[in-house]
Design a protein around this ligand. Sequence first.
Ligand code: COA
Length: 323
Amino acid sequence: MATHSRIIGTGGYLPEKILTNADLEKLVDTSDEWIRDRTGIEQRHIAAEDEHTVDLAEQASRRAMSAAGVNPADIDLIVVATTTSDQVFPSTACLLQSRLDIHGCAAFDIQAVCTGFVYALSVADKFVQTGSAKCALVVGAETFSRIIDWTDRNTCVLFGDGAGAVVLKADQSPGILSTHLHADGDYAKLLHVPSGVSNNYPAVQEGRAFVEMQGSEVFKMAVKKLGSIVDETLQANGLERGDIDWLVPHQANVRIITATAKKLRMSMDRVVMTVAKHGNTSAASIPLALDSAVRSGSIKTGDKMLLEGFGGGFTWGSALVQY
Ligand code: COA
């Protein structure tokens, strides 16, 4: 019988500090009304100065492992999706591995910005399906506030910090039904941080170490690509729109989420929505949304859910999951 992977536990963590729209009104020329109308965001969490991506990842992972009832010794693969790693190297996954007292198993990071968690889930699922892993810790963790220009109203109102995690276990029945990953690097400049490690001059000299975004272009592409991935996922599984119990979307903008829900002809009470309280936490947003819906008792064992994300690259992807 084929081996599948199942999500057996979820966890999330948000830093203590909350930054409200009213707080942002003091930083840039914006208003609570504009932010709510255009994005649906009311507040976001911001990591403390001495709090790093691995700290957030550790808390979310501990909660996911506790919910799953697994010990450090059970974990045989760690995949962390992040754009904001603590160090150039080692990877955040290796730092996390040490924090959790896990030793010897494969641990690596994945970089697909806001689609990162879907990429990480897909890769971990394939490790489990091929028998290379039996119990994987899959994390999305970000301190996006560190790559935000807090004087740029086009971007600073959108993002927040956080981490979400799941434990994936080998099982005879699915689990993860299918995953679908895409990217098109031709769109890199519409949403990017121009500076990096290898290419840090002149970008850093020019102060371009922060997120730069052509908002309305990103918006249009996100709606288009998320619409097409809904079709692709349904078709690959021989499903109709009404067969999905929950939409667990990347939490970037309530208007993008609504457009995808409309495409699925799904009523909004079947859409997990955390964007108002979390903002866009990039790779952390989907596992955080999933964790909140599982812990509130909304998503139940056996429910079929569509996870979908879109982000810098551009990257986009989905996972159809039976919880
Ligand atoms: N407060 C007040 N006004 C703002 C503002 C802010 N925080 N940010 C931008 N504006 C202004 C713009 O300067 C522009 O003014 P202008 O018409 O005088 O030039 C005006 O609002 C409208 O800007 P526009 O870009 O047309 O608005 P929009 O309806 O597209 O909404 C976004 C802007 C950013 C909310 C929207 O484009 C979006 O969500 N894009 C996708 C972003 C995203 O999800 N990125 C991450 C993907 S993972």
